[in-house]
Design a protein around this ligand. Structure first.
Ligand code: FNR
Length: 415
C-alpha cells in the first residue's frame, strides 16, 4: 500500500486515527486493489518478521527469560479485565492527548526503548526515529542503541524523545551519558532498574548469541569520552577489548537507591524509573520525589515467573494515589507508564483505565522495522493508533485522560 493512490483520503495523523486509517485501507483495497503491506494481527506480524531476521536475531527479539512463562502471562492477564462499553455518548470528537511531566503528548503511546535495532534492520534506530518523527509519536531511545543518542535525537527533530539509561558500573560513564542526553535535547531520562545484568534467556543461551559481542548496540559506549577513557586502547585499535570492557561495565548489580540519587544529581531532566512491579518500590519512588515509573517486566525478559505487568499495575496505582491522598505532594504530577504485553488498542485502553497515564509499545514496532524499515514502523504505529482510537470511541469514551476503573471490570474479583 506504499504507492498511495490519489483516490485514497489523506489522513492527519494528529486526529481521528481510527476512521481515517480504516477509510484509507478500505479505499486502497476496493479502488486500487492494494492490500496493506504488513500483517495486521500482531501474531502474524511476528511470524512475518521471523522471515526477515536471522535465526539468532529473531530469538533475541522474540525470546524472554526462562520458560517464557511471564512473557505469556503478560498477554493472558489482560483477558481478566473486560471493557464495558457505554452507548449514546457522542464520541464524534475524541482527544488522545495526554500531559506527562509538563509535556504535551499527542497520543498516550511511546515507542519503548529497544536496543540493538541494527540486528533487526540495517537502518536500525534511525528508521524508528524517522517514523516516530513523521507520526509525532514519542520515542524512548536506548542506552544500547546501535546509533549514537545524538544522531537519534537529530532524526527525531521536534518529536518528543526520552533517553533510557542503563546505569553503568562505571559512574563516570553514567554521568557522561546523562550529560550527553541533556545536551542532545532529550526531555526525560528513563532509568531501567530491572537489568543490572541480563536475565537467563534460554533461546540466546542455546544459540550462544549476544549481539554486543558482535559490536552491535554499543554505539553510545564506543563514542563516549568517559567509556573511552577507561580503555587501554581506543576501540578503533582494539575493538575486542572495548567490547569486553562494555560487558564488564554494562550492568551494575550493586545498584540501589543511591544510584538514583546520583542520577538525579547529574541531570535537570525528569527521571522515570522503569521496571517497577512491587508497590513498595513505587511508594519509595514517589516519596523520594522521582517523577514517574514505568510498570514493566521488560517483556518477561528478566525474571521468569514474575508477575505480569498488568496484574502489577492496579496495586502500584493504588500506592501512588495513597501517597497523594495522605498529603504527599510528590504524588502530584507523578507519571505512571506501562509496558509489557501491549499488542492492540484494547490493551492500551485497559491499561489506561487501570490508571496508567500512557503505554509503551514494544515488540510490535520492531517487527514492523524488521519487515519494512521506517515504513514498517510507521504502518504498525498507524494501525495500533487506529485500533486504539476506534476502541476508545466504541467504548463510549472520548478522552484518554478520563478513562478510569469504571470502564473495565475485573472478571476475577471475588466480590
Ligand atoms: C527490550 N527492552 C529494553 N528495555 C530497556 O529499558 N532498554 C533496552 O535497551 C531494551 N532493549 C530491548 C530489546 C528487545 C529486543 C526487547 C524485546 C525489549 C524492553 C522494552 O523496553 C519493553 O519493556 C518490552 O519490549 C515490553 O514487552 P513487549 O510488550 O514488547 O512484549
Amino acid at each position: 500500500m506504499t504507492d498511495d493512490s490519489s483516490n485514497t483520503p489523506t489522513d492527519d495523523p494528529s486526529e481521528a486515527f481510527g476512521p481515517n486509517r480504516q477509510r484509507e485501507v478500505y479505499a486502497s483495497g476496493m479502488l486500487a486493489d492494494l492490500q496493506p503491506d504488513l500483517p495486521i494481527s500482531p501474531d502474524e506480524l511476528r511470524e512475518e518478521a521471523m522471515q526477515s531476521l536471522s535465526e539468532e536475531a529473531y530469538a533475541y527479539v522474540a525470546g524472554s527469560a526462562g520458560g517464557e512463562d511471564t512473557k505469556a502471562r503478560n498477554r493472558e492477564a489482560f483477558a481478566r479485565w473486560r471493557i464495558v462499553p457505554r452507548m449514546l455518548q457522542d464520541v464524534a470528537e475524541r482527544d488522545l492527548s495526554v500531559e506527562l511531566l509538563d509535556q504535551e503528548l499527542s497520543v498516550p503511546v511511546l515507542l519503548a526503548p529497544i536496543g540493538v535495532q541494527s540486528i533487526i534492520h540495517e537502518d536500525g534506530e534511525m528508521a524508528t526515529a524517522r517514523a516516530a518523527q513523521d507520526l509525532g509519536v514519542p520515542f524512548v531511545s536506548s542506552s544500547a542503541a546501535s546509533t549514537r543518542m545524538e544522531d537519534v535525537a537529530d532524526e527525531l527533530g521536534d518529536t518528543t524523545g526520552w533517553f533510557q539509561l542503563y546505569p553503568s558500573a562505571d559512574r563516570d560513564v553514567t554521568a557522561s551519558f546523562l550529560h550527553r542526553a541533556e545536551e542532545a535535547g532529550y526531555e526525560a531520562v528513563v532509568v531501567t532498574l530491572d537489568t543490572p545484568t541480563m536475565g537467563w534467556r534460554e533461546r540466546d543461551v542455546e544459540n550462544a548469541y549476544l549481539p554486543f559481542l558482535d559490536g552491535e548496540g554499543v554505539a553510545n559506549y564506543l563514542s563516549d569520552p568517559a567509556f573511552r577513557e577507561s580503555l587501554d586502547a581506543p576501540p578503533e585499535e582494539d575493538e575486542r577489548a572495548a567490547l569486553w570492557q562494555f560487558i564488564e561495565q554494562f550492568g551494575d548489580l550493586s545498584m540501589d537507591w543511591d544510584t538514583i540519587e546520583f542520577v538525579r544529581e547529574q541531570t535537570d531532566l525528569p527521571v522515570i524509573l522503569k521496571g517497577i512491579l512491587h508497590p513498595a518500590d513505587a511508594r519509595e519512588a514517589v516519596e523520594r520525589g522521582v517523577d514517574g515509573v514505568v510498570v514493566s517486566n521488560h517483556g518477561g525478559r528478566q525474571v521468569d515467573g514474575a508477575i505480569s505487568a498488568v496484574e502489577a499495575l492496579p496495586r502500584i496505582v493504588d500506592v501512588v494515589d495513597d501517597v497523594g491522598e495522605s498529603g504527599g505532594t510528590a504524588a502530584d504530577g507523578f507519571a505512571v507508564l506501562f509496558d509489557s504485553g501491549i499488542r492492540r488498542g484494547a490493551d492500551a485502553i485497559k491499561a489506561l483505565a487501570l490508571g496508567a497515564d500512557a503505554v509503551l509499545l514494544g515488540r510490535p514496532y520492531v517487527y514492523g522495522l524488521a519487515i519494512d524499515g521506517e515504513q514498517g514502523v510507521r504502518e504498525v504505529c498507524e494501525n495500533f493508533l487506529a485500533d486504539l482510537d476506534l476502541t476508545l470511541a466504541l467504548s463510549g469514551q472520548d478522552s484518554v485522560t478520563e478513562l478510569d476503573e469504571s470502564v473495565v471490570i475485573d472478571t476475577e474479583a471475588t466480590n
